[in-house]
Ligand binder design. Structure first.
Ligand code: NAP
Length: 323
């Protein structure tokens, strides 16, 4: 019988339980996949805590990679034995899961199952944030928060690939080293110093063209204060908690800046968009220009510990659950 990490009520990591689940045959347009690795993403903690409400009970996890065991009616793109990766599929913290074929992509040779599970969601995110939400340009100074995190390390590398300057924020010396290895030109210990002041100093008083802020509540005001006139604040997450309502005049006072709160689904609107982003990300992995750091692996039964470590800022790079 397949097992999955399930919640019956929302709350802290203790509400997660490993349970035997009925997966059933794949329905029309679906794949049944034997999961090799499941990616842990911050959004999973919002589903668990109830910040993003889901109908309960529900199996957690959005992302993974594995081998197709069976395909449902109408599936032509995949067949049993194919290696696939997917995102936006509930129940991915599991030994087996039914995946909608339209959210799955083939995993190319040269990319392991673990790396595929590690890069699809956060890599696709870093891709859309730097290519579509705000297209980073040569000469831009860019501030990336939590630069040693799963998304942060990928953002840093993708921005550097365009030749731009990255200033990263981190909370430990070990994370500072990882951010530098990923290409950050300057690293600020935002747990120790005022990062907005430091960013102004590093940019000769000008401020940065864009801030990528997945931290939210604790960084939002400082992020606004770090921007140059007509800069862009890309608020893409809330690892420190949600940002309270914003007075539009605050954007004016900050220098007529732009604020956007993007979400993945609006940047993966079609199958073409998903496969475009995934194939570019996988290609960068294959050609060695994008390095994937899998910082932590846990068995499925320790998914609660993975969430605790993520909350406690003990992780860097990608966290995987290995069934
Ligand atoms: N909008 C989208 O499409 C999208 C997609 C993927 C991810 N995201 C968002 O991106 C953010 C990063 O996600 P991720 O999965 O890559 O996680 P992550 O960056 O690997 O982990 C979160 C990091 O946030 C930093 N942080 C700062 N204050 C924190 C606090 N009070 N509690 C916990 N962490 C804190 C920590 O880094 P330091 O120790 O260096 O401070 C921590 O390691 C999340 O907000 C997530 O929701 C959004």
């Amino acid at each position: 019988m397949p097992t999955a990490v399930r919640i019956r009520r929302t709350g802290g990591p203790e509400v997660m339980e490993l349970a035997e689940v009925e997966v059933g045959d794949p329905g029309p347009g679906e794949l049944l996949v034997d999961v090799a690795a499941a990616g842990v993403n911050y959004i999973d903690t919002y589903h668990r805590s109830g910040l993003y409400p889901l109908e309960l009970p529900v199996s957690l996890g959005q992302e993974g990679a594995g081998t197709v065991a069976a395909v449902g009616e109408g599936v032509t793109e995949f067949k049993p034995g194919d290696r696939v990766a997917w995102q936006s599929q509930h129940g991915s913290y599991a030994t087996q899961v039914r995946v909608r074929a339209r959210v799955a992509v083939p995993v190319p040779d040269g990319v392991s199952d673990e790396v595929a599970a590690a890069v699809l969601l956060q890599g696709g995110t870093a891709h859309y944030l730097t290519r579509s939400t705000y297209e980073v340009k040569a000469g831009d100074d860019v501030l990336v928060h939590a630069a040693a995190g799963g998304t942060g390390l990928l953002l840093t590398q993708l921005i550097k690939a365009h030749g731009d300057r990255v200033i990263g924020t981190v909370s430990t010396e070990e994370k500072a080293k990882l951010a530098r290895e990923a290409g950050a030109d300057d690293v600020i210990r935002y747990d120790q110093v005022d990062f907005a002041e430091e960013t102004r100093k590093l940019t000769g008083g000008e401020g940065v063209a864009v801030v990528y802020d997945g931290v939210g509540k604790n960084t939002f005001d400082g992020s606004l204060a770090s921007l140059r006139v007509r800069g862009t604040l890309v608020l893409f997450g809330a690892s420190s908690g949600p940002v309270p309502p914003v007075d539009p005049m605050a954007l004016s006072r900050a220098g007529s800046v732009f604020l956007t709160r993007p979400t993945g689904v609006h940047y993966h609107r079609t199958r073409e968009e998903l496969t475009w982003r995934a194939s570019e990300v996988f290609q960068s992995v294959v050609d060695g220009s994008l390095k994937i750091r899998i910082g932590h692996r846990y068995p499925l039964a320790e998914a609660g510990q993975a969430h605790e470590d993520l909350h406690a800022r003990r992780t860097s790079g990608k966290i995987l659950l290995i069934p």
